[in-house]
Design a protein around this ligand. Structure first.
Ligand code: AMP
Ligand code: MG
Length: 184
């Protein structure tokens, strides 16, 4: 399959979580996949999108709802993780394109969940860690969180932090500014 370098698919996932340890019998599972493609030629951030995913081995806790605003009722209407991976490949050609996320968490969570469910990983091998890239380009002494990155680049935090769609959009804005800043 030819490599597609037209878009970078920026992804941010939200997962079931708890304050403290994971309750017995449950595990962290992806419940929202925020997606925001970035046009490489223009640096333009395109429309954000979301896939809601129904957890199969965990429940959305009160703590998780407070963090992400997502409720059990909302994610109950989502699709399965396997269906979400198929949709990513079909709609965004994620196995042929470069994808990006902020830090290692999203990539690790996808890898873990695909492995444990015997589901084909929906992405190719080419991933951009925007958190590391920013720290390198700005010669920061350490990597910084998304909010701090936006401040550093004088970009507004648009929407609600810890919502997959809004996080994906804001991360795409960070990556866009890094790319356009280098070219200008
Ligand atoms: P984020 O992209 O920063 O919104 O975080 C992704 C996921 O990491 C969340 O959906 C949670 O599952 C987990 N997470 C983030 N922050 C916390 C936290 N303070 N406590 C527990 N889990 C968290
Ligand atoms: Mg997020």
């Amino acid at each position: 399959m030819a490599r597609k370098l037209d878009l970078i698919i920026v992804v941010d996932v939200e997962a079931t979580c708890w304050q403290g340890t994971v309750p017995p019998g449950q595990e962290n599972e992806i419940i929202e996949i925020g997606i925001c493609p970035l046009d490489v030629a223009s640096g333009q951030v395109l429309d954000k999108d979301r896939i809601l995913v129904r957890p199969e081995r965990s429940q959305v806790s009160k703590f998780c709802t407070e963090l992400t605003t997502l409720t059990q009722e909302q994610v109950d209407r989502g699709i399965t993780f396997g269906e979400a991976c198929t949709l990513l490949k079909k709609k965004y050609k994620t196995s042929d394109r470069i994808w990006a996320s902020y830090g290692d968490y999203d990539r690790n969570q996808f890898q873990r969940q695909c492995q444990s469910r015997h589901i084909t990983y929906p992405f190719g091998p080419r991933h951009i860690n925007v958190k590391s890239l920013l720290a390198i380009m700005y010669a920061l002494p350490k990597e910084v969180g998304m909010s701090e990155a936006l401040n550093l680049l004088q970009l507004p935090l648009i929407g609600t932090h810890h919502r997959g769609t809004d996080d994906a959009f804001n991360i795409a804005c960070i990556l866009s500014k890094l790319i356009l800043g280098y070219r200008n």
